[in-house]
Design a protein around this ligand. Structure first.
Ligand code: ATP
Length: 326
């Protein structure tokens, strides 16, 4: 069975193709990059309208398939930015009707988790999902992916991007902040906000900007920002492992690319006799392959969605989904 998955929650329009044997045959994408400032939702949607057909054709060519070989379509139904989500939903509905195949609206966050379970050796991990739009500590319990901790305001990737913008670094700022942080030497005091299992990042952005305005070196501010932000995430993740008595952690989302975060996670896990896994970069960023693979899992265990159930849900939480495939 071949499932074609469509991802369009934010800046990336992606099309992936997965098989029921767990093979990823294609993972094509086109990313909207703002000329300045953050992601403008309407412009991201325009980008997706323009690129959708090209990315779809590239994915079929990469997989060596024709439209007639596609057995099911899945798409990111939420959470995400409504204008971007709408483009993916409309494209998926049209394609499913044209090819006369079943349609599955799937949860974007769970797509990140399931492709991580597919592409690493993690089986039943605590998941640290960190991207531009999300920061959550999630794990499977009682038939659902439960959120054990999450940001109380903005996502860590968004915090990095906001601060980077202040430094004149174009979107996405995370990689450049990482590069600058590697040259930092002094740990500056900043706010460290962990409340129970939750954390918060907007205060950190304000303080980093203040320190920068007061003349602290860019490298030291980036270094200190990373040390504080990632320590908060690791603290909540460690607590989740302890409470749930799990022995695996899966790091995913765009911020998973950060080597300092990976290092902190590895240290924490080794102290707890747990295994740390990082999703390969291609599948950690927003991508269509994760949606295709989740489509395969859902297609094998539940009925397709009738068209009237495929309206986007910008705030769809992973814990609202019944996990039928585990
Ligand atoms: P989602 O829709 O899942 O919330 P997203 O649209 O933000 O995701 P992703 O591709 O998952 O997209 O992640 C992009 C984020 O990852 C950006 O905030 C970017 O700055 C951050 N990022 C990428 N590389 C690094 C890095 N090396 N260090 C820190 N952050 C990084």
């Amino acid at each position: 069975m071949h499932c074609l998955g469509i991802e369009s929650t934010a800046h990336t329009f992606g099309v992936g193709i997965a098989t029921s044997d767990g093979e990823i045959l294609a993972n094509e994408k086109s990313m909207y990059t703002p000329e300045e400032g953050g992601i403008h939702p309407r412009k991201a949607a325009e980008h997706h309208y323009t690129e959708a057909l090209n990315v779809y054709k590239k994915a079929l060519a990469k997989a060596g398939l024709t439209p007639a070989d596609i057995d099911a379509i899945s798409f990111s139904q939420g959470p995400g930015m409504p204008p971007s989500l709408d483009v993916g939903a409309v494209f998926a509905r049209s394609l499913a009707q044209k090819l006369d195949v079943p349609l599955y609206g799937v949860n974007h966050v769970i797509g990140h988790i399931e492709v991580g379970r597919l592409t690493t050796e993690a089986d039943d991990p605590v998941v640290l999902f960190v991207s531009g739009g999300n920061s959550q500590v999630i794990s499977y319990a009682g038939g659902k992916y439960r959120v054990f901790g999450e940001t109380l305001d903005i996502a860590v990737g968004n915090a990095l991007d906001k601060f980077a913008r202040k430094l004149g670094i174009p979107h996405p700022g995370g990689p450049k902040v990482e590069e600058l942080a590697e040259q930092g030497t002094e740990l500056l005091e900043m706010s460290y906000t962990v409340k129970g299992m939750d954390f918060s990042f907007s205060g950190l952005v304000t303080e980093a900007e203040r320190l920068y305005n007061q003349g602290a070196s860019t490298e030291d501010v980036c270094f200190s920002f990373q040390e504080h932000a990632y320590a908060m995430l690791i603290e909540a993740t460690e607590r989740a492992i302890a409470h749930l008595e799990k022995d695996e952690v899966l790091l995913t989302g765009g911020v998973a690319a950060n080597t300092r975060l990976q290092e902190m996670l590895t240290t924490m896990c080794s102290e707890r006799d747990a295994d740390a896994y990082t999703v390969p970069f291609e599948y950690a960023m927003d991508n269509g392959a994760m949606i295709a693979w989740l489509g395969i899992e859902e297609a094998q265990t539940r009925d397709p969605d009738p068209l009237e159930n495929t309206v986007i849900d910008a705030n769809w939480r992973p814990d609202q989904v019944d996990v039928t495939w585990r």
